[in-house]
Design a protein around this ligand. Sequence first.
Ligand SMILES: Nc1ncnc2c1ncn2[C@@H]1O[C@H](COP(=O)(O)OP(=O)(O)OP(=O)(O)O)[C@@H](O)[C@H]1O
Ligand SMILES: [Mg+2]
Length: 253
Amino acid sequence: MKRIVTMGRGGTGKTTFVALIAKHFIESGITPLLLVDVDPDQNLAEMVGLDLSDEGKYTISELMMETFLEGGGTTVGVPPSERIESRIWEKGLYEGSTFDLIAVGTKFIEGCYCLPDAALKKALENLTKNYEYVLIDSPGGLEHLNRRIMTHVDDIFDVIGPSQKSFKHVERARRIAKEVGIGFNNFYIIAGHRVPTEFEEMVQEQVKQYLGKITYDKEVEDYVFKGKSILELPSSSPAYASARVLLERAGYK
Ligand SMILES: Nc1ncnc2c1ncn2[C@@H]1O[C@H](COP(=O)(O)OP(=O)(O)OP(=O)(O)O)[C@@H](O)[C@H]1O
Ligand SMILES: [Mg+2]
C-alpha cells in the first residue's frame, strides 16, 4: 500500500495532478484505488466526474457531526473511532468500479476538535489499509498539516507556482511536516503548469528532489471549466503525458 499526498499553495494545480495520477493508475489497472479529498472546497470529486450527494454519500465532517454532536450517547462502550469508521463505510465511502472516494468535508466542529480528529485518524488508518494506492488531495497552504490526518505517507508531491513564495512554501512545508510528526519517504517538487519553462533550471537549483513540470494543456482548462471529468481526457493529452513522466521519475510504473 502506498500513500501519495499533494501539497502546495493555492491554485498551483494540485487537484488536477491528483486526477491525472488517478487516471494513470486506473488505466494501468492498478486497483483498488482510494481518493481522499481533504480540501474543504471539495474539488476532487468533481474533477473525476463524481457528485457525492447524487450518490447518497456524506462527507466525513457531516458524519462526525451526526455521530458526535447529534447522535448522543446511544452507543456507549463503542470507541469513537469504531463508531465513525462504521459510519464512513456505510455512508461516506463512494465505491466505484475503478476507484473509491471519500471527502473529509467542511469545517471541523469548534471545541470538539481533538476527539473527532483522533477518531478520524484511526478510522482512516483502518480504511486505507485495504487499498493498493491512496491519493490524498490537500487544500492550499499548510494549516491542514496541523491536523495530521495521516501520520505516515510515502510520497509528498509539492506543486509549486510561478513565484518566490512557492520556494519558501516548499521549505516551510518540509519543516512543518517534520515538526508535526508526519512521516514521509520522499518530498518531491513539481513545477505547476504556470511555471514558465525558462525558470525550470532555477527551480532545479533551488529545491531538492525536483521532478519536472506539468505541461500546460488547454484541454485541461476546458475540462475543468466545463466540469468534465479529467479521467476522460484523451490519452494524447500533454498534461496527462507529463504527469506520467513525473510519476515514473518518482519510481512509479
Ligand atoms: N496542466 C494544466 N494545464 C492547464 N490548466 C491547468 C492545468 N492544471 C490545472 N489547470 C488549471 O488551473 C486551475 C487550478 O487547478 P487546481 O484546481 O488543480 O489547483 P489546486 O492547486 O488544486 O487549487 P486549490 O489550491 O484551490 O485547491 C484549474 O482550474 C485548471 O483550469
Ligand atoms: Mg485543489
